[in-house]
Ligand binder design. Structure first.
Ligand code: FMN
Length: 277
């Protein structure tokens, strides 16, 4: 990945600023669409606490989210600043007021439905897919209440990159997978601008997969680098990628252990039996 020269930097910043929400004029005043399209990941919160009734509405949006066969394969661990500090020995990232750790949960349904064979990838995919949808519903509910959130999968050991650590901290049974943490608060000042989003023609294909446009992708990457440089003093897009990559091996191993938990257990049991006989 090549760095940016000053001309490329200015052009990329201009492209970010020119980025627009594009909806038909007829729908421009639609409030629900407005909430959805103006959602931004916020990383700078005011000292105003998230009220108990707002948190209740957020959690209700998670509870009522759609899921495969209505299996509701999720659980949510809630924290305020005090309980987060007690559990993790630090402040909630970005000084947010509340945090919800979203867990994919294939454990609970098994307590009443014993027909499920152990198919670890199906189990994991179900849990991740449904719980991510619930997480997004909670994010949008927060926005509808005038609050904001950012989902975290890495920052501050808050998500699946540190799944094993969270499994221990939260005492999770097998079949429950830490995915991400939503931290909630009220934005301090204006929300950040929209980061570079790919154009529809790069992500929507008519009927079958199309050929990505390399030039559009390269322009997007430049905008990502420029956006990082312009908004973060001590970080860069490359630096952020490096941080993720540094944790990739341990994340992969931790997840493997977690996803294939019963396979390991059964294999160990088999070995034990072999030793005994
Ligand atoms: C599953 C998930 C995990 C994320 N993890 C992090 C994270 O660890 N740290 C962070 O600062 N942002 C994180 N984000 C926020 C993304 O960086 C953000 O969604 C993206 O830059 C697009 O910006 P937008 O949400 O304002 O559209 C995460 C987002 C998602 C959906």
């Amino acid at each position: 990945m090549k760095g940016l020269n000053p001309i490329e930097f200015v052009a990329a910043i201009k492209a970010i600023i020119d980025g627009r929400i594009d909806i038909p004029q007829r729908l421009a005043g639609n409030q629900a669409l407005g909430v959805l399209l103006n959602r931004r990941s916020v990383r700078d919160f005011s000292s105003r606490e998230i009220e108990a009734d707002v948190l209740a509405a957020i959690l209700e949006a998670g509870r009522l989210a759609p899921s495969t066969v209505n299996l509701q394969t999720w659980s949510f661990c809630t924290f305020d600043s005090g309980s987060w500090k007690k559990t993790f020995g630090a402040n909630i990232p970005f000084k947010a007021s509340r945090a919800v750790i979203v867990l994919g949960d294939a454990h609970r349904m098994r307590l009443v439905i014993d027909e499920f064979p152990f198919k670890p990838l199906v189990e994991y995919t179900l849990a991740v897919m449904n719980a991510s949808i619930a997480a997004y519903a909670m994010n949008i509910a927060a926005e509808a209440c005038g609050a904001s959130a950012v989902m975290l999968s890495e920052t501050g050991r808050t998500g699946f990159y540190d799944a094993k650590y969270l499994k221990e901290k939260l005492r999770l049974p097998d079949g429950v997978f830490p995915l991400m943490t939503l931290v909630f608060g009220y934005p301090k000042g204006r929300k950040p601008p929209m980061p570079p989003k790919l154009p529809l023609r790069e992500i929507v294909f008519d009927g079958a997969y199309g050929v990505p446009d390399q030039k559009v992708l390269e322009a997007w990457l430049k905008q990502m680098m420029a956006g990082y440089r312009a908004t973060r003093v001590i970080s860069s897009f490359k630096g952020q990628l490096r941080r993720y990559l540094a944790k990739v091996d341990s994340a992969e191993n931790g997840l493997k252990e977690m996803i294939f938990h019963r396979k390991e257990e059964l294999r160990d049991r088999g070995k034990k039996r072999e030793r005994i006989s």
